[in-house]
Design a protein around this ligand. Structure first.
Ligand SMILES: NC(=O)C1=CN([C@@H]2O[C@H](COP(=O)(O)OP(=O)(O)OC[C@H]3O[C@@H](n4cnc5c(N)ncnc54)[C@H](O)[C@@H]3O)[C@@H](O)[C@H]2O)C=CC1
Ligand SMILES: NCC(=O)COP(=O)(O)O
Length: 357
């Protein structure tokens, strides 16, 4: 049973042909302890998917700004957004891209207006949004950056702290946190994107938000090299010598605690991770496979650098599982718990350094 004093989280239901609606309904059926949640999506879609999954869910329609009632398991408040065409599990429809983006806009506006204390996003399908003509769309992370008018944001995934209690070899870390210096861009463009300016912005945000949202008093961040063996003294690439090392040195002078650049293959081992609060990987597939191997389904994605709380799942739309009842809601549960915790810390001032406003 939720209570009125809990933070209210807007839970976007994501790609309607994917598992997002299924997971939100599963959560509602099982109940949420950490927060009040309101789904943002089409009530007809949710009713149809609930019936397909054999879940008895009472949908309670409301609007942002209206009182969201306390609910028991089996009840789900919804801020309605209307599908552009009926959705079928597993079948993408470009017309519904505008619907998916509208669910994000509703949640963002609600957070900015103070009607919600954070947003949690179910997965969307980047390809179908691009197919629908939204050129340049690369994901929630960058969409939120632009919607909030900030210059830079940082994608960080973190495993659930409880997972670590079950893994004695990880005992020294509360959670594995992996942030990315670059996000959604082709591998061939990564090296050029690793600039002193970008690394400086990303590391300042990572340091500030580990303090602000995670309560880490003096964050220690381990930074991966870009090249094998962190460049092997310049023989396997010069980005470490020319860009990464001087940037880290300058940031250390500002007071940041940074290890590296370190070879990424050995950095991700328990001995090297001991005492490290977060790892900065240079690109998506350098960091995320490790995180997902460690805790797929028990991790969440957090967007750092925003003036609002946003978390998400650690997986995608899983079109193959939509409507089958086989999708695991574990990561959504972690994302909700984390957003609730972050919302509880929200009183700290927003960094003006990163604001364009
Ligand atoms: N936060 C978001 O909105 C994210 C969206 N995506 C998008 O999702 C789409 C599909 O991406 P893929 O690379 O295929 O990854 P995916 O995560 O959708 O699927 C990879 C594999 O994991 C399984 N899987 C995923 N979630 C699961 C769950 N909750 N329970 C059980 N099994 C699960 C799938 O069945 C599949 O076998 C892409 O368009 C991608 O951009 C990907 C990651 C995050
Ligand atoms: N692999 C993580 C991912 O793609 C998340 O993207 P976003 O939609 O949260 O920006």
């Amino acid at each position: 049973m939720t209570t009125p004093g809990m933070p209210l989280l807007a839970l976007t239901t994501g790609e309607p042909a994917g598992i997002g609606p299924d997971l939100v309904l599963r959560l509602a059926a099982e109940g949420v302890d950490d927060a009040r949640v309101v789904a943002v999506g089409d009530p007809a879609l949710l009713a149809e998917r609930a019936s397909r999954l054999g879940l008895a869910i009472e949908l309670l329609q409301a609007a942002p700004g209206e009182e969201v009632p306390s609910v028991a398991p089996g009840q789900l408040p919804v801020w309605p957004v209307t599908l552009r065409e009926p959705a079928r599990p597993g079948v993408l429809a470009p017309h519904n891209a505008a619907y998916v983006l509208e669910t994000l806009d509703v949640a963002i506006d609600a957070c900015r207006a103070g009607h919600a204390q954070g947003m949690v996003t179910a997965p969307l399908h980047k390809g179908v949004i691009l197919d629908a003509g939204h050129a340049g769309f690369t994901g929630h992370t960058e969409y939120l950056r632009d919607a909030c008018g900030v210059e830079e944001v940082v994608m960080m995934l973190a495993t659930d702290a409880a997972l670590h209690a079950e893994r004695p070899d990880w005992a020294e870390g509360a959670s594995l946190r992996v942030a990315l210096a670059t996000t959604h861009l082709p591998l061939r463009d990564v090296a050029e994107a690793i600039t002193a300016e970008r690394l400086t912005r990303v590391l300042r945000i990572l340091d500030a938000d580990l303090r602000r949202w995670f309560g880490v008093a003096t964050p220690r961040i381990a930074v991966c090299g870009l090249n094998p063996h962190a460049g092997e003294g310049g023989h396997l690439g010069r980005e470490e010598i020319e860009v990464i090392e001087p940037t880290l040195a300058a940031l250390r002078d500002e007071g940041l605690t940074l290890d590296g650049p370190l070879p990424a293959d050995t950095l991700f081992t328990p001995r090297h991770l001991a005492g490290v609060d977060a790892v900065l990987a240079m690109y998506h597939d350098q960091g995320l496979p490790v995180l997902k191997y460690a805790g797929f389904g028990r991790a969440a994605n957090i967007t750092l650098g925003l003036p609002l709380v946003r978390t998400s799942v650690d997986h995608g739309t899983a079109l193959d599982l939509a409507g089958t009842g086989r999708a695991d809601p574990g990561s959504l549960r972690v994302a909700v718990a984390l957003a609730a915790e972050m919302a509880g810390r929200r009183k700290a001032p927003v960094s003006v350094k990163n604001s364009r406003l």
